[in-house]
Design a protein around this ligand. Sequence first.
Ligand code: ADP
Length: 196
Amino acid sequence: MNHPKEEVTFVIVKPDGVKRGLSGEILRRFEQRNLKIIALELFQPTREQIDNHYPKDQAWIDRLGEKTLTTYKKYGYDAKAELGTTKKDEIGKMVRNWLVDYMTSAPLVKMVVKGVHAVDMVRKIVGPTMPSAAEMGTIRGDYSVDSPAAANRDKRSVHNIVHASETPEEAKHEIDHWFSPDQIHDYKRAEEDMMF
Ligand code: ADP
């Protein structure tokens, strides 16, 4: 088994993060926590690339639909009136399309981040999916107040600044999707001699 400091994860600064000039701040927060940026690029994605980035399996689509239905119930919104359906699979597909629209609306910054428990550490620095529920001190909590209630009312995806892999398996899949091995450059950070 690899040493925990060998763990890698995949991160995207989403269109709202890039257009608000937050890319540097996001990199800074990772680097401050002794994580290493070992691949980095600004690029304009195609719809196909984004479509292949997000899972296509029914369980993931149903989960997106269920989350939206939960929000509608919580705020007393009428899903049938606003979205034309109450079926989780149809709503999940709709949210996935909003997500592809959003993720192709501006350039993105993609990166590979390496370090101790990189996957969980990055998710902790980024904060939970919904910015309105994120604690201050996290990227989403410090820089966004978006919520599914607001987003779904406007028939759009939640704008939450960053994408970060959820598991090491997902990270591997996403790194393979977005980078070729010759774009990844590992090195030793100065702190590695002192801290570990
Ligand atoms: P995460 O990106 O934190 O792993 P998910 O995988 O659950 O979150 O969802 C993917 C992305 O889809 C989110 O980051 C967010 O931009 C968007 N999203 C998730 N749920 C909703 C929702 N109910 N309404 C609109 N957008 C959503």
